[in-house]
Design a protein around this ligand. Structure first.
Ligand code: FMN
Length: 380
């Protein structure tokens, strides 16, 4: 793993280790993938202010996200199907995050269940909620997250209906996976992935099967998932979700100043500026492009986080300079996981930490809490 020096290195290793349909499930965006690309490209347009002859010793990346101490402001984003990048993927990623001192967010659409992840971690993790039409299922999911001691609920707002990703359709990816000769061939050419998968019993959506009404096996799951996302979700729903949950609440998928201002009255603790990694509304602006405007819109009344397109510690630094209190990585940790399980996720975090630390030093700063727009060229 030490030979992987960049997130791009981990991506290439994952490409060689993970069956094509699952690798491409991660490496895909909606329709033309324009927003998916813009998320990364727009970070490169931002230039840093280099400073010299300032004391760069004793640096600290430690800070807080929603009042929780983090070793650096980088959480693992909720990602569905993570246990298909590597056997028991969510459990391994949660452990790597815990050891590193950063938050792990478990997706509703995970392979390992809330209880699975709870059984291999000692500190609270965060849980991401999709609101489904089956409200009993949603109540139950919130209660299970509470019972597992999750310390934040991340409510995803930008997937009331599913964006289309051409690669998934071309690959015949379905939930649960279908195993045609093409799929079996893709798996046969990835023997290490197969061996790991044979060693686990977790091959389907662990939070759903056996918990949702009428979903007892793989075939009933398929129709349930395609019909269940609630297209009528509204600002009013946040009230009962917040009341039932009763803990820290983060709203994920805000990309508009007006929506950001509306979230101020919702009782949430933070918002995540996000376009779902370019997987939903193709043609939407990149997250980093919208970040400064959204930070200005909410002022210091609410914590603003960002995800989308972060591929290096430099990207994290730029988001922090623009006022984000925290960031999330999706694909970077998935590539690490696909490349080498828990060690690969740890490597992804190490790469980002090193880049963030050195960049901060060369910008003339010693404490991540001191970063601001003054550290960006032309944006003081
Ligand atoms: C493979 C994959 C699955 C995802 N599944 C979910 C999910 O289940 N719930 C959710 O809120 N966001 C999901 N997302 C979006 C991520 O939480 C996050 O917004 C996005 O990955 C950030 O962009 P990045 O991958 O460029 O870091 C998913 C993203 C990917 C790449």
């Amino acid at each position: 793993m030490e030979q992987a020096l960049t997130i791009a290195d981990l991506k290439e290793r994952a490409r060689r280790r993970v069956p094509k349909m699952f690798f491409e499930y991660a490496d895909s965006g909606a329709w033309t993938e324009g927003t998916y690309r813009a998320n990364e490209e727009d970070f490169h347009k931002i230039k840093l202010r280099q400073r010299v002859l300032v004391d760069m010793s004793n640096r600290s990346l430690e800070t807080e996200m929603i009042g929780e101490k983090v070793s650096m402001p980088v959480a693992l984003a909720p990602t569905g199907f993570t246990g298909m990048q590597h056997a028991d993927g969510e459990m391994l990623a949660a452990q790597a995050a815990e050891e590193f001192g950063v938050p792990f967010t478990l997706s509703t659409m995970s392979i390992c269940s809330i209880e699975d992840v709870r059984s291999v971690t000692t500190k609270p993790f965060w849980f991401q909620l999709y609101v489904m039409q089956d409200k009993d299922f949603v109540y139950n999911l919130i209660d299970r997250a509470k019972a597992a001691g999750c310390s934040a609920l991340v409510l995803t707002l930008d997937l009331q209906i599913l964006g289309q990703r051409h690669k998934d359709i071309r690959n015949g990816l379905s939930a649960p996976p279908r195993f045609t000769p093409k799929h079996l061939w893709q798996m046969a050419t990835r023997p290490f992935w197969c061996l790991d998968m044979l060693g686990t019993k977790r091959h389907t959506f662990g939070n759903i099967v056996g918990h949702a009404k009428g979903v007892t096996d793989l075939s009933s799951l398929s129709s349930w998932t395609s019909e269940q996302f609630d297209p009528q979700l509204s600002w009013k729903d946040i009230e009962w979700i917040r009341d039932r949950w009763g803990g820290k609440l983060i709203l994920k998928g805000i990309l508009d100043e007006e929506d950001a201002r509306m979230s101020l009255g919702s009782g949430a603790d933070a918002i995540i500026v996000s376009n779902h990694g370019g997987r939903q509304l193709d043609g939407a602006a990149s997250s980093i492009d919208m970040l400064p405007r959204i930070v200005d819109a909410v002022g210091d009344k609410m914590e603003v986080h960002l995800d989308g397109g972060i591929r290096s510690g430099q990207d994290v630094l730029k988001a922090i300079c623009y006022g984000a209190k925290g960031t999330y990585i999706g694909r970077p940790f998935l590539y690490g996981l696909g490349a080498g399980g828990k060690a690969g996720v740890r490597r992804a975090l190490e790469i980002i930490r090193k880049e963030l630390d050195v960049t901060m030093a060369l910008c003339g700063e010693r404490d991540i809490k001191n970063l601001s727009r003054k550290n960006l060229l032309g944006d003081a």
